[in-house]
Design a protein around this ligand. Structure first.
Ligand SMILES: [Zn+2]
Length: 301
């Protein structure tokens, strides 16, 4: 079977401690993707990144990277706009050293000047793209994430406009963010199919997804939730994509990063591994309280 779908956690699972151990643990769950979280800065020595990248390749785990949260190309502050270029570049260099194929960016907020958000993002990412070309880094895609709050830049339409003006940019589809921004807009399989019809023509060789469920209010996203809350019901997405030829990476950003990555993989009839044979695949038991601090999981073997 040609494997077109890959699944993995957003960040190193804590059970693994060191990155190499976390990668082995991830592989042990039958997962084959992982997003390295540089959300507070991409500080990693090139040699160390190369070691971790080699381990991921050995285990056949596809890597991606998440850029810092404080990137803000539409900031009032010239300094922040300048620094945002540096934060993207640090992440892109780290991704290049790791062998990661895409970096995921929260590009901007509308702030006091919504009208300047698109040109500001285009300007910032163009500069990044030029610098990447100058440095000979051609293997890292600039992924712009669809955002969940109404005050944030990042609808698929907006990202498509950035793509029109900057080479090397692709959307990263956070399905839960779309649902939250539309205040629960993904209710039916037709809703989900409509989203795929918009996203897949834009996504490039590999469609990069963030998956989770989500709590939302009048302003959109409030917090990410485990998949069992079915907001939205991601089984609809799995049913639509199960027999697709599109290569996809699904990074799980639910509070249960690796457990729900397994749960989501098993929603795909073609990729399901938990067939009930004990001793092969761990099953996870959900603990009722979903606060990330108190989540405990039990692997039954
Ligand atoms: Zn993100």
């Amino acid at each position: 079977m040609v494997r077109t779908m890959r699944f993995g956690p957003a960040g190193y699972p804590s059970a693994g401690k060191a990155p190499e151990k976390a990668l082995e643990y991830t592989r042990g769950l039958g997962l084959d993707a992982l997003e390295v979280e540089f959300v507070r800065g991409a500080r990693i020595k090139p040699e160390r990144a190369a070691e971790i990248g080699a381990k991921a390749r050995q285990l056949d785990i596809r890597l991606s990277c998440h850029a810092p949260y404080y990137i803000s190309f539409n900031s009032d502050s010239v300094e922040t706009r300048q620094k945002s270029i540096g934060w993207v570049m640090d992440t892109a260099r780290a991704a290049h050293n790791l062998g990661a194929y895409i970096i995921v960016i929260h590009a901007a907020s509308y702030g006091k000047s919504p009208d300047t958000a698109l040109p500001s993002v285009v300007d910032g990412l163009s500069k990044c793209k030029d610098m990447l070309d100058d440095e000979g880094i051609r293997d890292v895609i600039l992924g712009v994430e669809t955002m969940g709050k109404l005050g944030q830049f990042g609808t698929l339409d907006e990202i498509a406009k950035v793509m029109d003006q900057v080479d090397g940019v692709r959307p990263v589809l956070d399905v839960a963010h779309v649902h939250a921004r539309g205040r629960g807009c993904l209710r039916t399989e037709a809703d989900m199919r409509g989203l795929m019809d918009q996203f897949l023509p834009l996504c490039g060789d590999i469609a990069h997804f963030h998956i989770s469920c989500i709590k939302y209010g009048d302003k959109g996203e409030i917090s990410h939730l485990p998949l069992e809350t079915k907001e939205p019901d991601l089984q609809m997405l799995a049913d639509i994509l199960d027999d697709s030829k599109q290569e996809c990476t699904f990074i799980c950003e639910s509070p249960l990063i690796e457990q729900d990555a397994v749960v989501f993989r098993d929603m795909f009839p073609s990729y399901r591994r938990t067939t009930g044979r004990r001793g092969t695949v761990p099953h996870f038991i959900y603990i009722k309280n979903h606060s990330p601090d108190t989540i405990a999981t039990v692997a039954q073997r």
